[in-house]
Design a protein around this ligand. Structure first.
Ligand code: HAX
Length: 436
């Protein structure tokens, strides 16, 4: 018996009438209006997507299935002696809305182990990339190469009922999630430690523990991996990576196509790549300082120089959040416990003291507070993952849990092909004239 899949099916059956009722009885109810600024400004804030997996409150930050991040980290079952919970348990929570028991997580761990075999051709695809390729490009291609394994595709060709789409999508998604950490670690070892070769997973370990093992990292890197994958898992549906995954899957492209596209969206410096940009930017400052910790005044000067040269301060600002990102805070607390004297951590903390005031004075950013990316590279750096091009691969593995959970539910609830309407600038001008 598959505990999670059975539980999920029960939840799907319970949920389907709610969506059907909303459509049938309230399909014409107006829930938002749209301004010219929103149309030109990347559809910012328009209420036009539905997800029950997570909700992002501008002031409170992210909640997964109604739970804040500290609650998720406290309530999910943890491996013996670990501070951070099983990532497998997070998948259970995202899909069902319920906290799993330790036994349910153990069952899922075995299920993940049974699904993580990687066909030889995937390693060949990765090996074919030049060693100076960006790891995100390699990850995207590796995921794409797995597409031939899609159960959804095979069943669709045979003529599957719409009501069963979710089931094959679940199989594809869980297979891919089980494989992602292996692919990520393989890319890391290939690009940065070819002399060590690839380490195959240890069957006694959970997903986070295994990731640390395959990366060749000792404790507490297993907790770093668990924390990292969990806090990056989901941030509603409208951010570029989640939305791209949902959009591509809405045409019934399978999860391999959708996840590869999601990864491509995450690879932009305004989104997931910001974590690598933070490190690159901080290294610039570090070089100028010759190993000294900058004073507040030196820090302010560096921030202003960046702004005055027309660049953004990476790791600060957000399209939705209007306070310090709780994902930043979770990582900061981890740093305070495990690495309070780390030099880069001190830089990041010193930045926190000066950047918000400067961004407010600068007067552009709507949110002057740090986001998740301001802190995450520093943790990786401390544990020897200094190749910052790789950080967004870690983000991708985490984000896949949320995006794929969403896609399974999209298929279960029969969400439509996405097709917003575009208009020309001339039409927009005419509309504005008619209103004024
Ligand atoms: N530094 C300097 N200027 C900033 C800024 C920052 N950190 N954040 C926003 N601004 C500027 C914008 O560039 C924009 O300028 P223009 O009017 O000249 O175009 C203005 O302030 C208004 O932007 P906004 O409405 O506050 O923010 P957006 O919703 O347009 O953009 C971003 C949100 C996250 C892209 C933006 O804050 C940014 O570029 N931050 C730095 C990059 C970064 O940290 N990205 C990661 C975000 C979290 C994430 O998705 N992780 O994956």
């Amino acid at each position: 018996m598959n505990n999670l899949k059975d539980k999920l099916y029960a939840k799907i059956q319970e949920h389907r009438p709610r969506t059907a009722k909303l459509l049938e009885e309230h399909g014409d109810t107006i829930i938002d209006h749209v301004t010219v600024a929103q149309v030109i400004g990347g559809m910012r804030g328009i209420k036009s997507l539905v997800t029950d997996i997570s909700y992002l409150d501008p002031l409170e930050g992210i909640r997964y299935r109604g739970f804040t991040l500290p609650e998720v980290l406290e309530k999910l079952p943890k491996p013996e002696g670990a501070d951070m919970p099983y990532v497998e348990g997070l998948y259970y929570l995202l899909l069902t809305g319920e906290m799993p028991t330790k036994e349910e997580v153990k069952y899922l761990m075995v299920d993940f182990k049974n699904r993580r075999f990687i066909p030889r051709y995937v390693w060949d695809v990765i090996d074919a990339f030049p060693s100076n390729s960006h790891p995100m490009a390699i990850l995207s291609a590796a995921v794409m190469s797995l597409e031939r394994e899609s159960h959804f595709n095979t069943s669709y060709k045979k003529g599957m009922s719409k009501m069963d789409y979710w089931s094959c999508t679940y199989e594809d998604a869980t297979n891919l999630l089980a494989k992602m950490p292996l692919i990520g670690a393989y890319i890391y070892n290939k690009l940065y430690h070819p002399e060590k070769g690839h380490r195959y997973p240890d069957p006694s370990l959970d997903l986070g523990g295994n990731f640390a093992y395959m990366m060749g990292k000792d404790k507490p890197y297993d907790d770093v991996a668990r924390m990292y994958f969990i806090i990056h898992a989901d941030h509603e549906s409208g951010n570029v990576s989640a939305h791209t995954g949902h959009l591509v899957a809405s045409s019934l492209s399978d999860v391999y196509y959708a996840t590869s596209a999601m990864i491509n969206g995450l690879a932009g410096p305004l989104h997931g790549l910001a974590n690598q940009e933070v490190l690159r930017w901080l290294q610039g400052l570090r070089e100028q300082m010759n190993g000294e910790i900058p004073s507040d005044e030196e820090m302010k000067k560096y921030v202003w120089e960046t702004l005055n040269s027309g660049q953004v301060i990476p790791g600060y600002g957000h399209a939705v959040l209007r306070k310090t990102d709780p994902r930043y805070t979770v990582q900061r607390e981890f740093c305070l416990k495990h690495m309070p004297d780390d030099e880069l951590f001190k830089y990041v903390d010193a930045l926190y003291k000066v950047v918000p005031d400067i961004l407010q004075e600068h007067g552009k950013a709507k949110n002057p507070w740090p986001n998740v990316d301001a802190q995450s590279g520093v943790v990786q750096w401390h544990y020897g993952v200094t190749q910052y091009d790789f950080y967004t691969v870690l983000f991708s593995i985490g984000r896949s849990f949320g995006v794929l959970s969403n896609i399974i539910w999209d298929r279960a609830l029969g969400y439509s092909l996405e097709r917003p309407k575009s208009i020309t600038t001339e039409m927009l001008e005419e509309m504005v004239k008619a209103k004024n």
